[in-house]
Design a protein around this ligand. Sequence first.
Ligand code: ZN
Ligand code: ZN
Length: 777
Amino acid sequence: MGFRPAVYRIARSLGLTGLVYNDTKGVTIELQGEEEKIDEFLARLQSSDKPPLADIKSCRTTGVAIIEGENEFVIKISDRRGTPLSQVTADIATCQDCLAEMANKKDFRYQYPFINCTNCGPRYSIVKTIPYDRPNTTMSVFAMCDKCAAQYNDVTDRRFHAQPVACPACGPKVWLTDSKGKTINTQTDEAITQAAKLLSAGKIVAIKGVGGFHLAVDALNNGAVERLRKRKRRDHKPFAMMTDSIEKIREYAVVSESAEQVLKSPQSPIVLLPKKEIAAIAPSVAAGVNAFGFMLCYAPLHYLLFAQRLKVLVMTSGNIADEPLICKNEIALEQLGGIADAFLMHNRDIYRQVDDSIVHFIDEEPVLLRRARGYVPTPIFMEENCRQDIFAAGADLKNTFCFAKQIQLICSEHIGDLEDAEVYHHYINSTEHLRKLFEAESKVVAHDLHPAYLSTQYALSLPDLRAIGVQHHWAHIASVLAEHDHDSPVIGIACDGTGYGTDGAIWGCECLIASLESFERFGHLAYYPLPGADKASKEAIRPLLGLLKFAYGSDFKLSKFEWLWERLKTSVDENPKSEIRNPKFIVEQLEKHINTIDTSSLGRVFDAVAAMLGLGSYNHFEAQLPMALEAIIEDGIEDCYDFELIREADKLLQLDLRKTIKGIITDIQKELPAGIISAKFHNGIAAALLTMAKQARESTKLNTVALSGGVFCNRYLTNRLIKLLNKDGFSVLFNRDVPANDGGISVGQAAIAAHFMTRESRIVAKRRKLCSAQHLS
Ligand SMILES: [Zn+2]
Ligand SMILES: [Zn+2]
């Protein structure tokens, strides 16, 4: 992004001649001139002179023949032979230079809400097709004025070939409408002032941003936030917030130095930050969790809005329930008209909706929980060239999909849960769109083993593709290996809610000896019965009864747990669908093994423990109960519950939590505070996973542990486990660039399939060599 112009500027300033062009491998630069000038060029290219968004992965130099009579440095048309690497880059937050211009009364883009340059602005969200040129973006309808065109064509200008360049005279405009779409104000500045006034008065305003609409409301006004929850039918999931300075965020949350860096980064994600104990944020913004999600303004429009003395806004995705983010004006009016009191709209069309990304910190490092705006479509690079393009379909929850092409793994943005019909439709369209955008001609498709996954069914329905099924937890571990470019076997610990196992059981706490080539199951959580299959991931009573039955065996009597049902009932009213009033029915299922499966799911154990402690009985959104359980942990507790690791003949290592479950019941009956019980439970799981890793090390001599799976989105558990592993001499790899939850599955699938294809082509090449040798003799 802006790389060739930067090369041009440095070369010219040093009096070097030659050329620069993009090709299939990256950027090629030919330089002619004095040797020390060339050295200086190389130094400056890798220093602050390079464009802020450029990330030089590697730089190789080689001598070329002198060209007589060459007297200038030029940018050459890109070499389009072969398939180029991805040309489309991510959407980037407004840069400091643009902000300064926007604040300068003398600049012709003073207070212009669509100011951008080569270092910032929309990209991925406005591209319709490649090559990435203005006519192929949603900016094609705006003809550049002379002033903008002059900058666009001037190679020394910061806006050289900045495709979305625009100004008040020639570019998009902002206006404000009421909830029915009736215009309130068509003057850009007045529309923004009026919108800010409505927000200050507690109204809900739908604001069109970079990747879609946000629903905004004053985050300090509890009544207003509750109204938004009610209208959006989103009763529980925490809302993200936006403001315009780190200082303001510090009033409400703890911002470490590294968190500040991430907040201010060009990607500008939502960052999860520890709540300050006394914060004026409305309680209903983020109940039941220990963190606030904050982001800084990232579009010029946001800054102009906050300049109207707004303090902090809830900025939640403009959609209904879990449907795809809305990005078109008409659809927004149609679907959000019942939620928003007003719409702050504009006419720069968004071609691809992209949600805000979410980052949190594990072991003091930034880790992506949701990978979307700002990060997509930045590829993950592989060591080896993949001979054939690969499509990886991903998983059904928190879906992303991924293309492997040459040395790149290009992962889609967060798509959502495919069980929603609208999301599934969006998934199909997105795979088609991105296939074209990245010119991926997949001959191979990688998919999950779960036959009922919609992503699996879609993958298998694609004609003429070679299908490669990849076990869910292996894909989790492979996602870590891929992003760390780690190609030797590791001890993989994958913990999550559900993943289809090779034995037909539902796996969810697995110790694998894994590489990109193969995996072997070394150990797992001892299977316990889980009644009610589909409902079990939402209704905590199901894993709870399954675990109690497992822990107490034939001693288990419903009547002994009357007190527990009483406790569960207090939270049941929120969810009329739950069958807590009739645990007998579920116990019957368990006893007759009807609609009951065996599982090693660790996620469901967290659900059950949360329910036992009275934190709720239903996951209204994924991992709600585990997050509530993490949020109440009391600091400074080192105790943990007992567990057993059992190795029976002919069986894998089993982690048995029966003692843990019984221990928790005893502590509840002793009225030990829930925060201490939760800490003891988390500590016990960390200790158990450490012991498992040690046993795996003993028998394999491997010393690297890779952690992945949704359970490792739990900061307390993951931080504690990493510390324990490090203390014991392990080196630990965990997801950073892709989510540890199922959002990372597609990358793991693609990496495994790419490795498989490369290996296969190598074997074929060897055979061919052998054949030709025989032929010669
Ligand atoms: Zn800029
Ligand atoms: Zn203009």
